[in-house]
Write a new protein. Structure first.
Length: 474
């Protein structure tokens, strides 16, 4: 529908072709104002359109990952994060996104400051900061090369009272408080000794790059007892209060009177567990019959080395130290392929790979090769019963069985002490590159004779008077 032309008061209607030539100042001003507004709008539109076109053209050059929901608050770009080795936990701006490789969608208009952290056990944490967001549909690639983390940790030991001798795996000794540095990751045995106090035992697990803390509260010494452990069949690993003490048959001394938790473990048989009461100054006997396991789940690996006192690692995890008195027995070994590393200062490392089957016993006997031109030697001390205090040149060095490494060549005096047994003395010659093995069989100390009670003084006086009286009559 056409709109009627403006009409002034008193004006006559003219034919249509003459209305076009009619001059109206008001109409002209209105038209000019509308044209000016239209011109401004067109100019603004002209400035906005090129920006939108530029974004669209750049986005077409990059494909967007599939199966991702656009991030609210704007268009979406992506971070593709990979690592070597893969399978590492990935955190983007403190949010867990899974294991590498992962793709993280981000808003193109979001906060441009980003942090990326990648974790993988056995490797150092990889951390990076990134400034900026990807454009719409763009993918930014992040590749992290993970560095192997520290394979060792520390053990800090304090005791009350202080000044006690702390022994690590019955080989290294120091005085509390003390921190053992660069200890292989895994389980280690700590014993803390102070004259006049009960010896403190514990196992501690060392994690890579971390420090384990031990606070040993020492109790006054009491008369200890002995436990002799046998089994049917023999060759079972013996644990007393969760501390490995050898294989059956074995005699364990220096046990505090009271109840102790005992566990026997042997491949192909069910574990035997029970509590044994130890009496002061007496020997307690234990000889359980092991029950065959119809569906065994684990194998047992027993390791000996020549010389003894070598550190043993199973699949990179520290297991323990070989001894001259009994094999180092590792129970509950899962079936499959395993790697064993045996290491000792002054000798070449020994490495072997073996396949184990559930329910079987495996014996590994290794002779280590000495490195050229060694400068120190060792003394290995065992005793029956075990648990005797070992003094080297009158300095406490641990409890039997123990291997003392890094000794300068020469002559040393060795003293063994165990409550209820006579002291044992020997002289050990240390030769560079060699291990002097001392095996002590302790003998029970003779019972101290009880002195006869003295006669009362009054009886002696009466006898004297009677003697004089008889003599006078005579």
């Amino acid at each position: 529908m056409k709109q009627a032309s403006p009409r002034l008061p008193g004006a006559k209607t003219s034919p249509p072709y003459r209305q076009f030539n009619y001059y109206n100042p008001v109409t002209t001003i209105v038209i000019l104002m509308r044209f000016h507004i239209l011109l401004v709008a067109l100019l603004a539109l002209a400035l906005a359109v090129p920006v939108q076109c530029a974004v669209s053209i750049q986005a077409e050059a990059v494909d967007s990952p599939a199966n991702f929901v656009p991030v609210p608050g704007g268009e979406t770009g992506y971070f593709s994060i990979q690592s070597n080795p893969p399978g590492a936990d990935t955190y983007f701006d403190n949010i867990f996104y899974g294991e590498t490789p992962v793709t993280v969608p981000v808003s193109t208009t979001g906060n441009p400051d980003h942090t990326i952290e990648i974790y993988l056990p056995g490797y150092e944490t990889w951390t990076s900061s990134y400034q900026g967001n990807p454009r719409n549909g763009q993918t930014i690639n992040i590749f992290a090369i993970l560095a192997p983390g520290a394979q060792t940790g520390n053990i800090q030991v304090v005791s009350s009272p202080a000044g006690a001798t702390v022994s690590l795996d019955r080989s290294r000794s120091a005085t509390t408080p003390y921190t053992f540095m660069n200890i292989p990751a895994g389980s280690h045995e700590i014993s803390v000794y102070l004259s006049g106090y009960q010896t403190f035992y514990t196992n501690v697990n060392v994690n890579r790059g971390q420090t384990a803390y031990i606070n040993a509260i020492l109790n006054p010494a009491v008369t200890t007892g002995v436990l002799q452990v046998d089994s049917k069949p023999g060759g079972a690993a013996v644990y007393v209060d969760q501390i490995y003490r050898g294989v059956t048959s074995t005699v364990i001394g220096n046990l505090v009177p009271g109840s102790h938790a005992i566990r026997l473990s042997k491949a192909g048989y069910q574990d035997w567990s029970g509590a044994v009461s130890i009496g002061a100054g007496v020997t307690t006997f234990l000889n359980p019959a092991l029950v065959p396991d119809q569906q065994p789940k684990y194998a047992t690996v027993s390791i000996t080395s020549n010389p003894p006192g070598a550190d043993v690692y199973g699949d990179g995890v520290y297991i323990g130290q070989t001894s001259a008195s009994h094999p180092l027995t590792f129970t509950q070994v899962e079936p499959g392929i395993h790697t064993i590393l045996i290491s000792k200062s002054g000798y070449r490392d020994y490495t072997a790979t073996t396949t184990v089957v559930a329910g079987r016993d495996y014996n590994v006997d290794v002779t280590l090769s000495a490195v050229p031109n060694p400068t120190t030697g060792s003394v290995s001390v065992t005793s029956s019963p075990s648990g005797a205090e070992v003094y080297l040149d009158n300095i406490f060095r641990g409890l039997t069985p123990v291997t003392l490494d890094s000794l300068d060549p020469g002559s040393y005096t060795v003293l063994l002490r165990l409550p209820g047994y006579s002291d044992w003395n020997a002289t050990a010659m240390v030769v560079a590159g060699q291990v002097n093995q001392l095996n002590a069989t302790l003998t029970q100390a003779p019972a101290t004779p009880t002195p006869a009670p003295l006669m009362p003084v009054t009886v002696l006086i009466a006898l004297g008077v009677l003697f004089l009286a008889v003599r006078r009559k005579g």
